[in-house]
Design a protein around this ligand. Structure first.
Ligand code: PMP
Length: 382
């Protein structure tokens, strides 16, 4: 198998597996218990909290463990608007972008049904929002700006520091979905001025069903899940101890030599791109050029006149894992909202494939994929 779908999920690193195994077999106590054994389990969670907090220069009481990126995104949005309503503040307007993950977009749609107003900022052909558009969209009643750090389909990185500055200038909360960016871009939440940030564990060689929401101190956000007093009385329910501990271990491992690993991934990605561009006609790279505005492993390519789903089946038959343009299970057929938003022409848009590389992918694997890809495209175009 050649795995080129790292933006969908990653394998769990051996250290995370080993730590998780200990939590399943030895430290199985409920961290809420008062006795020593339970407290040992609680200690394990607190170690993970420190590991995660350190990675983004947060303090450990600003980290709230969740069930993943989707829950973190939902919490940031619903939690902020509820706090504003409950505390009697004015404010019914949210600003986001049109290329967000559905965890944000569908939350916004739900909020619109409840009477909130949402501005969906357009993006340019690279997938970047305009700071002028952002500033123009701000109203007296704007309570939240939520813009993703990096896009899951085309890998475009947004000017997060500049967005945070604008949010600060107008005294508006700023949330970023960093599910794809974290571990590929160094993030300092304090330096950047981010109020809330969503992260998911299964994109960073940790287990599935775990993640966290960073909430900066002083941020007025309503709790999301009601019940017991776990997570500082902000998110109820017995913690997913193995998941959280596995994520903490994966974070610590992942940040070792992060630059080197990302550089290696980018080099293999660039080799892949140059071969596609040189050896296959009528192709289009979607998103920003490789460099600072694009995630190191992302390659989103449209092949003119090709049915993307058919190409994916051929790749799959040859043991190659990749995704179509719309990489998420939204149940919505057709061209993805991201590909549409960056204006990919129809004759290209249907044939969009996302390859997302990880540090273990090699030039030899790319060579194999190129052989299959070239033959498949030739046959499909005949
Ligand atoms: N946001 C982005 C940008 C994502 O790529 C994903 C995962 N596809 C999510 C949120 C949701 O994360 P999770 O799978 O942990 O719910």
């Amino acid at each position: 198998m050649i795995y080129l779908d790292h933006a969908a999920t990653t394998s769990v690193c051996p250290r995370a597996v080993a730590e998780m195994k200990k939590c399943l077999e030895i430290y199985y106590g409920n961290p809420s218990g008062a006795y020593e054994f339970a407290q040992q389990c609680k200690e394990k969670i607190e170690t993970a909290r420190k590991q995660v907090a350190k990675s983004i220069n947060a303090s450990k009481d600003e980290i709230y463990f969740t069930s993943g990126g989707t829950e973190s995104d939902n919490w940031a949005l619903f939690g902020t608007v509820r706090a504003c309503r409950y505390k009697g503040k004015r404010g019914r307007h949210i600003i986001t972008s049109c290329i967000e993950h559905h965890a944000i977009l569908n939350s916004c749609k739900a909020l619109e049904k409840q009477g909130y107003r949402v501005t969906y900022l357009p993006v340019d052909e690279r997938g970047v929002i305009s700071l002028r558009d952002l500033e123009r969209a701000i109203r007296n009643d704007t309570i939240l700006i939520s813009i993703m750090y990096a896009n899951n389909e085309i890998g475009t990185i947004q000017p997060i520091d500049e967005i945070a500055k604008i949010a600060k200038k107008y005294n508006i909360y700023f949330h970023t979905d960093a599910v794809q960016a974290y571990m590929h871009i160094p993030i300092d939440v304090k330096k950047s001025g981010i109020h809330m940030m969503s992260v998911s564990s299964h994109k960073l060689c940790g287990p599935k069903g775990t993640g966290f929401l960073y909430i900066s101190k002083g941020c007025d956000i309503e709790k999301f899940i009601y019940g017991g007093k776990q997570e500082s009385n902000m998110r109820a329910g017995t913690e997913n101890v193995p998941g959280i501990v596995g994520m903490g271990a994966a974070v610590e491992e992942g940040f070792k030599n992060m630059y080197k690993k990302n550089l290696k991934t980018a080099n293999v990605r660039d080799y892949f791109l140059s071969r596609i561009e040189n050896e296959i006609e009528d192709v289009r790279l979607n998103g920003a050029e490789p460099g600072n505005e694009r995630l190191p492993g992302n390659l989103n390519i449209s092949f003119k006149g090709i049915e993307g789903e058919t190409l994916l089946i051929i790749l799959d038959m040859n043991g190659i894992c990749a995704s179509a343009g719309s990489a998420c299970n939204t149940g919505e057929p057709g061209i993805s909202h991201v590909i549409e938003s960056i204006g990919v022409p129809k004759e290209y848009a249907d044939g969009t494939i996302r390859f997302t590389l990880g540090e273990e992918n090699t030039v030899r694997e790319v060579d194999f994929v190129m052989d299959i890809l070239k033959t498949a495209i030739k046959v499909l175009r005949e």
